[in-house]
Design a protein. Structure first.
Lengths: 425, 543
């Protein structure tokens, strides 16, 4: 078994209470950071670890913390992004359900590192049970003296507030999340300025994903070098891969970065259901370009997946077998993005809905021969032209589906029917 | 001071300048919808994307500040593709109802399509149906199908009028400009959203279906609605007289002046133009005979006025009262001062008629003094210790007035009927010189029709001492004449050899006689006017 960082002590049963967490050595690392380390040392250790943001973009966490200006009068904020909404992704909820105090400890250490005394956890509205868990966990952490005023006698103050979102995918984008947290409509902000300088309420702010912060205690406990060694170069540590689709054991698996995708599917997720062949895999949540069956030997780290034209993203692995109609699968995705586009930028607002209409028409058997060309070009025009990455997130799967499975789309247009069953026979 | 290159042209600009501003300085057009210099940067229309060397992605020119050595391209294939792509996106759900849209001809969807679009349509889907033609306030009508969601109007009500009536509701392609619940777009500056709307989504109810914009001629002027002197453009229809119920002036638009009104004007000023072509216009000189006005020619009218003046002055100079107006131009006022004051020796000249009507005022543009030229009138007409109408009204003289000469002074409306009648009945002969009939003019014995501000030229001085020029947008209606021209004719009838050819020749004399105007040249007054105290050539010696 590979070494575990996030789910280490909660494989058998979740660590629901403070006592259970303390029994496995919990909050020792917070004490270590507060009493034995300077904030910059904490940040340096995280830089050494090669930890990269687990939300999707994979930005180096230590570097992000380092962007927080040192000498400003304004308060600094840590915002925890628990708005886990990327289709195919269900990892943060596992951490919250199985080891919530690990997240809290990570929050405390990160806040200490960046000099924040206020932290907000923004959790997606649909995670109601998880919000209740966090409420209870926060209460326990305060009662245990690990949060609040003068934590453990160190003189460091830290308050944490849980905020439930109202169900918009876009609020997982960090600046839309800040807007939403401020009580405004969840529209991503124009950058620059970046949140590190002008974030929540105009103050320096770090926004980190749940999984990212939950990785921090182990890094501080065992050292950045230890963490880095778990993964591949520049891709430190383990991460949670949420495997779904046509596999025998869908679920969330903690595995070292750099593990081949084939191993994830066949060793950990139990192989393909009914022994059907793999047709396509979305490697990191619905926004990533789809991989074809001949690409599943890719190593699952940020750089290797990027090298073959996709993204590791949020670690949501969606496996599709040979019986999958790619037109229908894509329709599912484009409907989602058309529904979730915030409508601020022209290319995304109009492009997502336009794509949805064309794909729907093709699926319904009313496709035109020029449609595929138009789809590719519309998607192209959406890429890199908007404030936030949602347009790219919608356009990239569209382009990859249509390019990699072009014949299937052609068949739909020409024959007004699906050839998936026919091909197999 | 960073130096940057845009399309091979180099320019040095101040720190903090954005690419869109720098390009403007070079005369390079970067298309935009959401960007407006008077509003915060939204960066959401994505029309102003440009290519910057060493940056992989296109960047919005509106939100990118220049850095030294930056090399920007606005006309590469990559940029052109992105821009025409954005335009295509904006048009996929646009109704294309240009033939019935008032914005046609000044619409930036049309404008940019001709410059940056020019593609064949490849939109085969049904368009999204939305709210059409909804009045959202007394002056503005909204068509959400034509809207490009640039959010200029939203930012205007947040940042300029601070009245917060409009927002973008819903999400994605269902996003729509809507009134926020319980509000109406009725702030005092509401119609500015029509000006800044780049498309036909927000239209002026007053102008709607009145005239196609390509029939309009534009003339720079100054709003006469208050002493702010907002810079405006008069839009006049002189090509299609059968449109807009025969009105020549069909709308006013604010004209940018950084020192006075920036990009804005108030609704009160914007819709205050109706008197120009109103049925109440006085278009012929008229003499009252047996309680009825009888139209006469200018010769007879001027002859009657000069005869009455002559008789009065022979009797007593105190028997003539001249009430000029701060509605008049500096040139009109100067000719009044020169003729009545200096030539005829009339001492009782004033313009400060008490105005008891309720007056709007705010701390943005609207001022309580509803005259455009009070400062000019003060400088030209008021002498230290000279005649003051307020004293005259408080302590009316026992003797009757022979001639009361009113310039644009509707005493009844301003002072109330009682007070006005007291003054009007004290005079044997009342001459009303003005543009429109009103309760006061109807009590006059002689009507001299004068041109409105839209029909004349000259200068006015705003509350801040800024001298600004107005220009003639349309000819004086009927037989009406500019005020100075009427006085000139009167002066000639009384044996004077006045030979003014226009406002410019009067202004030249004005600069000689009124120290505040010393050294100014009429044709040199810049578009944004000139402020008296800012002039370096005016040295005020200590007494």
């Amino acid at each position: 078994m590979p070494e575990l960082v996030l789910l280490k002590d909660c494989q058998e049963s979740p660590l629901c209470t403070l006592d259970q967490y303390l029994n496995v050595g919990g909050y020792r690392t917070e004490r270590k950071a507060l009493f034995e380390m300077k904030p910059d040392q904490v940040t340096d250790e995280v830089k050494t670890s090669g930890l990269r943001g687990r939300g999707g973009a994979g930005f180096p966490t230590g570097m992000k913390w380092g962007f927080i200006p040192k000498n400003v009068d304004k308060p600094k904020y840590l915002v925890v992004n628990a708005d886990e909404s990327e289709p195919g992704t269900c990892k943060d909820r596992v951490i919250i359900e199985r080891n919530p105090h690990l997240l809290m400890e990570g929050i405390a250490i990160a806040s200490y590192a960046i000099g924040a005394h206020h932290c907000y956890i923004y959790i997606r509205g649909e995670y109601y049970d998880q919000a209740l868990i966090l409420e209870r966990t926060i209460q326990e952490a305060y009662q245990g003296g690990y949060f609040g005023r003068n934590i453990l006698g160190s003189g460091f103050d830290l308050d944490v507030v849980l905020h439930r979102g109202a169900g918009a995918y876009i609020c997982g984008e960090e600046t839309a999340l800040l807007e939403s947290l401020e009580g405004k409509k969840g529209w991503p902000r124009l950058k620059p300025p970046f949140p590190a300088v002008h974030g929540l309420y105009g103050c320096p702010t770090v926004i980190n994903n749940v999984e990212t912060l939950a990785s921090v205690p182990s890094i501080i406990e065992k050292g950045g070098d230890w963490f880095a060694a778990l993964g591949t170069p520049m891709n430190g540590g383990t991460r949670l891969f949420a495997v779904s689709g046509h596999v025998n054991r869908p679920g969330t698996y903690e595995l070292p970065l750099g593990i081949p995708l084939r191993e994830i599917i066949f060793n950990h997720a139990g192989g393909m259901k009914n022994n059907r062949a793999v047709k396509a895999v979305i490697p990191g949540g619905s926004s990533c370009p789809v991989l074809s069956a001949d690409q599943i030997d890719v190593k699952m780290d940020f750089d290797s997946v990027a090298a073959i034209g996709s993204m590791l993203g949020s670690g949501g692995v969606v496996v599709m077998n040979e019986d999958t109609c790619m037109v229908k699968a894509l329709l599912c995705l484009v409907k989602f993005y058309a529904h979730e586009s915030c409508g601020q930028c022209t290319p995304c607002r109009e492009g997502t809905t336009w794509l949805k209409k064309i794909i729907q028409r093709i699926y319904d058997g009313h496709g035109l021969h020029r449609d595929l060309e138009v789809v590719l070009d519309v998607a192209y025009n959406m890429m890199g032209t908007t404030i936030c990455p949602l347009a790219d997130a919608a356009a990239m799967p569209v382009r990859s589906f249509v390019q990699k499975f072009h014949q299937e789309f052609e068949y739909h247009v020409t024959h007004r029917a699906c050839d998936v069953g026919l091909v197999r026979v | 001071m960073p130096t940057i290159t845009i399309n091979q042209e180099t320019i040095t600009v101040s720190d903090g300048t954005t690419i869109i501003q720098a390009a403007e300085k070079l005369g390079i057009e970067i298309p935009r919808y959401c960007y407006h210099p008077g509003l915060s940067v939204a960066g959401s229309c994505r029309m102003c994307l440009v290519e910057i060397e060493k940056m992989p992605k296109l960047q919005p020119a509106c939100n990118t500040r220049v850095m030294d050595g930056m090399v920007v391209t606005t006309n590469s294939d990559k940029v052109r593709k992105a821009v025409s792509g954005v335009l295509e996106f904006l048009l996929v759900n646009h109704p294309l109802d240009c033939p019935v849209c008032d914005q046609a001809g000044e619409c930036f969807l049309q404008e940019y399509y001709m410059k940056f679009g020019l593609y064949e349509s490849r939109m085969d889907e049904n368009k999204i149906k939305r709210h059409k033609a909804e009045p959202i306030g007394p002056h503005v009508i909204l068509d959400t199908e034509r809207c490009v969601l640039c959010s200029r109007c939203v930012r205007f009500v947040r940042e300029v009028s601070k009245s917060h009536e409009i927002g973008i509701l819903n999400r994605g392609s269902h996003s729509e400009i809507r009134l926020l619940p319980g509000t109406t777009l009725d702030n005092p500056y509401s119609a500015n959203v029509v000006d800044i709307c780049p498309v036909g989504a927000l239209l002026d109810r007053d102008f709607r279906f009145q005239c196609r914009v390509w029939y309009l001629e534009q003339t720079p002027s100054v709003c006469p609605g208050c002493s702010r002197g907002c810079n405006i453009t008069i839009h006049a229809n002189r090509q299609r007289p059968h449109h807009a119920d025969g009105r020549r002036v069909v709308r006013l638009k604010p004209r940018f002046n950084a020192e006075v009104n920036q990009w804005w004007m108030c609704d009160e000023g914007r819709y205050g133009y109706k008197f120009i072509d109103a049925p109440s216009r006085l278009v012929h000189p008229a003499i009252k005979i047996d309680e009825e006005f009888v139209e006469v020619g200018w010769k007879e009218a001027v002859g009657r006025a000069s005869q009455k003046l002559d008789l009065a002055l022979r009797k007593n100079k105190e028997s003539v009262l001249v009430l000029a107006s701060a509605q008049l131009t500096n040139e009109d006022l100067f000719v009044i001062r020169k003729f009545f004051g200096e030539k005829l020796g009339v001492a009782q000249i004033d313009y400060r008629v008490p105005d008891l009507r309720p007056k709007s005022e705010d701390n943005f543009l609207i001022r309580s003094d509803k005259n455009p030229n009070s400062e000019g009138a003060r400088v030209i007409l008021v002498e230290e210790g000279g005649f003051d109408l307020r004293n005259f009204l408080e302590n009316p003289p026992q003797s009757r007035l022979s001639v009361l000469w009113l310039f644009e002074q509707d005493l009844v409306s301003k002072m109330g009927e009682g007070e006005a009648l007291r003054l009007l009945t004290q005079a044997d002969f009342v001459i009303y010189q003005g543009s429109n009939s009103n309760p006061t003019s109807r009590m006059a014995d002689l009507l001299l029709p004068s041109a409105t501000y839209a029909e004349t030229e000259g200068t006015v001085t705003n509350f801040d001492g800024r001298i600004q020029r107005i220009h003639r947008a349309v000819d004086p209606l009927g037989d009406s004449l500019p005020t100075w021209e009427i006085i000139q004719r009167l002066a000639r009838a009384m044996g004077q050899s006045y030979a003014y050819s226009g406002a410019e020749s009067i202004f030249a004399e004005l600069t000689q006689q009124v120290v505040e105007f010393d050294g100014l040249r009429y044709e040199k007054i810049p578009d944004n006017g000139v402020r008296l105290v800012d002039r370096v050539d005016v040295q005020v010696d200590p007494p």
